[in-house]
Design a protein around this ligand. Structure first.
Ligand code: ADP
Ligand code: MG
Length: 752
C-alpha cells in the first residue's frame, strides 16, 4: 500500500497581473510547503499546506518530471500501472505541465522519450508498446487518433473490467512516432475561448501507453508483464460564473464541473478512513470510471495541482489546494502485472527447488538429498496433478461465467429489443469483444495491411518474433489457457489493473515428508469434491439456463408480435391521413350540393351551417397536415414522445371531429331527405306542367280549328252577303224594270 504522490505547482504571474498587482506573490513556497501571505507578508495560518513536492514559479517541466513522474514512468516499464494527472483552474498551467513548450517539453513528451530510453537500457527483455489518445468532452468520449470514433462507450466485462470500446490503439516502435501521433491528436482537441484563457481546453484528455514485455531468453517460459500508463490533462476546474461563459461554453462548463465534482467526490470518499468508506461513485462520470484503477486501485499515481498566483484567483487556488490535500490521503496498491504461462510457472518452481538443493548441499547426508530429490519429484507430480485439477476447476468456473454472461447478454438483448420497440433505435455492438480487438490490433501490425483500415504503422524496429508471438497470445484459445494457468488471473491489461498480482508461495521442500504428500492428497480430494459441487451447480445452472432460453424465446416471440403491432401502429397515421383526405373530399362535395340547394342563403340556419362547415373544413385540413407531417417524418425520433402526445391530441380532435361529422351526416341526411322531397315535388310539378302543356297544345289546336272554321264561315258569310247584295241589286233592278215596264204599259196601253 502506498499513498498517492501529490504535488503543487505555482505558475509565474502573467505580465499584465505582475504589473497591476505590484509583482509580489501572495503564495509563498518553502520546501514542500505552500502558504498564503497577506500583502504585508504575514502568513495566514489557516492557509498553509504541505505536499510531497511544491514547485514554485521558477520551476521547469524538467524539474517536475524528474521529481514527480520519473519514478512512475520507470515503474511502468517494469510492469506497474502508472497515472499522472494535472488538476487546476483554467490557465493555471495544466497543459503547460503536461504538454509543455518547444523549449521545455512537458510530462507527456518527456515520459514518451524516457520510456524508450529505458527500454534501450533493458537488454534482456523485449517490449511491445501500444498507445491511444482520447478526450472526454461534454461527457462523451472521442478518439483523438481516429476522428471518426466519436461518442465511444465504456463497457464493463466480467473478466476484462472497464474498457473503452472501439478506441484506436496504435502499435508504436519509437518515441518520434508517438510524438507525431500526439501532434495529430492535439489538432482534434476541443478548445474554447473564455475570459480565463484564450486557448483553454474544454475537455479532459487521456494519453494512454500500454507497455508489454517479456524476457528475450526462454521467451516461451517467461511471464509477460503488462502495464498501463495514463497521462491526463484535465479541463479547468473554475466556477462557471467566473468564466463569464454562456451558451455552448456554459454547457461545457457544466459538464466539466460535474465530472470534476465527481472526481472530487471520489477523492473525498477514498480519503475517508476505510471504515467510513462506503460506495465510491466511480460510475457517476466517464472520467472517474476510466481512472478507477488509478484512484485507490492497482496503480502508482501522482497528481500535480496547478495554481495561478494572482490575487483574484485566491478562492480557486484554495479550492485546488483542498482537493490536493484530500488526494494526499488516498492509498493505492500497485503490483507488477504478470501473465504467467504454464511453462513460466514450472520454471519458477524448478528454480526454487534448485535453490533449496544448493542450500542443502554439503550440510546433509547424501541419503537425505536423494530422499529429498525423490520427494521433490513426487511433489512436482502432485503439483502437476493439482494444476490439472485447478485447470479443470477453472474451466468449470469459466463455463459457469460464460453461462452467466450469456444470460446477462440475453437479458441485455431483450432490454435492447424492448428499447427498439419503443425507440425504434437499436444500439448495436453492445458487447464488442476486446479479445478480437486486440487480435485485430496486433494482427494489423503483423502483416502489410492492405484492407484499407486506419493504418497501424508497421512495427518495424521491434523484433517481429515477439509481435507474432503476442498476436498468438491474444488469440481466444490462448487467452483461455492463460486464464486457467494463472488461477483466475486474466491476461488482459484492463483486468490486470484491478487484479492483484499472483504471489507464488515458495515450495516448502525442507519440511518435505510423507505428510506433505498426504496433504497434497487431501488438497486433491478437496478439489475433486469442489469439482463435483461445481458440476452439480453447473447442471442446475444449465437447467436454469435452458428455462431462461425457453423464456427468452417466448419473450422474443412476444417482442416480434409487439414489433408487428408497432408496424401496424405505424401504418395507422397513413390510413388515418387517407381516410381524413377522403372525408374531406366527401364533405366538400356534400357542402357544394348543400349550398346549391340552400334556398335562403341569408337565413340563420344557412349561416350556422356555413359556420359549422368552415370549422369542420379547417379542422380536417389541420388533421391532414398533422398526418402528412407525421408521414413525412419531419419530426425526429427524439420527438417521438412529443409526437405521440400530439397524436393523442389529434386523435381526440379526430374523435371530436368524427362526432361533429356524424352530426353533420345526420344533418346531411335530413337535408338529403328534404332534397328528395323537393325533387319529388318538382317532378310532380313537372308532370303537371307537361299535362298542362299537352292540354294547352290541344286547346291551341282546337283554337286553330275554330279560327279556320270562323274564317271559312266568314268567307261563306261574305259570299252570302255578296249574293244577298247581288240579289238585292237584282231585286231592285227587277223592281226598277218592273216599275219601268208598268210605266211604259200605262203610257202605252196598246202594249198590253
Ligand atoms: P491550463 O491548461 O491550466 O488552462 P495553460 O497550461 O494553457 O493553462 O497555461 C496558461 C498560460 O500560462 C499559457 O500561456 C502557458 O504558456 C502559461 N504558463 C503556465 N504555466 C507556466 C509555467 N510554469 N511557466 C511559464 N508559463 C506558464
Ligand atoms: Mg489546458
Amino acid at each position: 500500500m502506498e499513498k498517492i504522490c501529490v504535488a503543487v505547482r505555482v505558475r509565474p504571474p502573467t505580465p499584465e497581473s505582475s504589473s497591476s498587482e505590484n509583482g509580489s506573490s501572495l503564495w509563498k513556497v518553502e520546501d514542500n510547503r505552500i502558504s498564503l501571505h497577506k500583502s504585508l507578508d504575514t502568513p495566514i495560518s489557516t492557509a498553509s499546506y504541505a505536499f510531497d513536492h511544491v514547485f514554485d514559479e521558477r520551476s521547469t517541466n524538467a524539474c517536475v518530471y524528474e521529481l514527480l513522474t520519473k519514478d512512475i514512468i520507470h515503474a511502468a516499464v517494469e510492469g506497474f500501472n502508472g497515472t499522472a494527472f494535472a488538476y487546476g483552474q483554467t490557465s493555471s498551467g495544466k497543459t503547460f505541465t503536461m504538454t509543455g513548450s518547444e523549449t521545455d517539453p512537458g510530462i507527456i513528451r518527456r515520459s514518451v522519450r524516457d520510456v524508450f530510453d529505458r527500454i534501450q537500457m533493458i537488454s534482456d527483455r523485449e517490449f511491445l508498446i501500444r498507445v491511444s489518445y482520447m478526450e472526454i468532452y461534454n461527457e462523451e468520449i472521442n478518439d483523438l487518433l481516429a476522428v471518426e470514433n466519436q461518442r465511444l462507450q465504456i463497457h464493463e466485462h466480467l473478466e476484462r473490467g472497464v474498457f473503452v470500446a472501439g478506441l484506436k490503439e496504435e502499435i508504436v516502435s519509437d518515441a518520434e512516432q508517438i510524438l507525431k501521433l500526439l501532434d495529430s491528436g492535439e489538432v482534434n482537441r476541443h478548445f474554447g475561448e473564455t475570459n480565463m484563457n484564450v486557448h483553454s481546453s474544454r475537455s479532459h484528455t487521456i494519453f494512454r501507453m500500454v507497455i508489454e514485455s517479456r524476457g528475450k531468453e526462454n521467451s516461451s517460459t517467461d511471464a509477460i508483464r503488462v502495464s498501463v500508463l495514463n497521462l491526463v490533462d484535465l479541463a479547468g476546474s473554475e466556477r462557471i460564473a467566473k468564466t463569464g461563459a454562456g451558451g455552448v461554453r456554459l454547457t461545457e462548463g457544466k459538464y466539466i464541473n460535474k465530472s470534476l465534482m465527481i472526481l472530487g467526490n471520489v477523492i473525498n470518499k477514498l480519503s475517508e478512513s476505510s471504515k467510513l468508506r462506503a460506495h465510491i461513485p466511480y460510475r457517476d462520470s466517464k472520467l472517474t470510471r476510466i481512472l478507477q484503477p488509478a484512484l485507490g486501485g492497482n496503480a502508482k499515481t501522482c497528481i500535480i495541482c496547478t495554481i495561478a498566483p494572482e490575487e483574484h484567483h485566491i478562492e480557486e487556488s484554495k479550492g485546488t489546494l483542498q482537493f490536493a490535500s484530500r488526494a494526499k490521503r488516498i492509498t493505492n496498491c500497485a503490483q507488477i502485472n504478470e501473465i504467467l504461462t504454464d511453462a513460466a510457472l514450472l520454471k519458477r518452481q524448478k528454480l526454487e527447488i534448485e535453490e533449496l538443493r544448493m542450500k542443502l548441499q554439503g550440510s546433509h547426508a547424501e541419503v537425505l538429498e536423494q530422499e529429498i530429490l525423490k520427494l521433490s519429484n513426487q511433489m512436482l507430480k502432485y503439483e502437476l496433478e493439482c494444476e490439472r485439477l485447478k485447470t479443470q476447476l477453472e474451466e468449470e468456473r469459466g463455463k459457469q461465467k460464460e453461462q452467466e454472461q450469456c444470460i446477462k447478454e440475453q437479458q441485455l438483448k431483450i432490454e435492447n429489443l424492448n428499447n427498439l420497440v419503443t425507440n425504434s433505435d437499436f444500439k448495436k455492438n453492445q458487447s464488442e469483444d476486446f479479445i478480437s480487438l486486440r487480435r485485430t490490433q496486433v494482427g494489423r501490425c503483423n502483416v502489410n495491411d492492405s484492407s484499407g483500415f486506419p493504418g497501424t504503422p508497421c512495427f518495424e524496429s521491434a523484433e517481429p518474433s515477439f509481435v507474432v508471438a503476442r498476436s498468438k497470445y491474444s488469440g481466444l484459445s490462448d487467452f483461455n489457457t492463460w486464464t486457467k494457468l494463472n488461477k483466475g488471473f486474466v491476461p488482459d491489461l484492463d483486468q490486470l489493473q484491478f487484479t492483484p498480482a499472483i504471489k507464488r508461495q515458495p515450495t516448502p521442500l525442507i519440511a518435505a515428508t510423507t505428510e506433505c504428500s498426504r496433504e497434497n492428497q487431501k488438497v486433491v480430494e478437496d478439489l475433486k469434491s469442489q469439482i463435483e459441487l461445481l458440476t452439480s451447480e453447473k447442471d442446475s445452472l444449465q437447467v436454469k439456463f435452458s428455462e431462461q432460453v425457453v423464456l427468452n424465446n417466448k419473450l422474443l416471440g412476444e417482442i416480434s408480435e409487439l414489433k408487428e403491432g408497432t408496424l401496424h401502429m405505424k401504418e395507422i397515421p397513413k390510413l388515418l391521413s387517407e381516410s381524413v383526405a377522403n372525408c374531406k373530399d366527401v364533405y366538400k362535395d356534400v357542402i357544394v350540393t348543400m349550398k346549391t340547394l340552400m334556398a335562403e342563403k341569408e337565413s340563420p340556419t344557412a349561416k350556422l351551417f356555413f359556420g359549422v362547415t368552415g370549422i369542420t373544413t379547417s379542422l380536417l385540413s389541420t388533421l391532414e397536415s398533422q398526418f402528412s407531417m407525421i408521414l413525412d417524418g419531419t419530426r425526429s425520433g427524439a420527438m417521438e414522445e412529443k409526437l405521440k402526445s400530439e397524436l393523442s391530441i389529434v386523435k381526440e380532435r379526430y374523435n371530436e371531429l368524427e362526432k361533429e361529422l356524424s352530426l353533420d351526416k345526420l344533418l346531411l341526411k335530413a337535408s338529403r331527405e328534404s332534397h328528395e322531397r323537393l325533387e319529388k315535388e318538382v317532378q310532380f310539378l313537372k308532370e303537371e306542367r307537361d299535362s298542362l302543356d299537352v292540354a294547352v297544345s290541344q286547346s291551341t289546336q282546337r283554337l286553330r280549328v275554330i279560327a279556320s272554321d270562323k274564317e271559312n264561315a266568314l268567307k261563306d258569310l261574305n259570299v252570302e252577303l255578296c249574293l244577298s247584295s247581288r240579289q238585292k241589286s237584282l231585286m231592285s233592278f227587277h223592281n226598277e224594270i218592273k216599275s219601268k215596264m208598268q210605266k211604259l204599259t200605262t203610257q202605252n196601253p196598246k202594249l198590253k
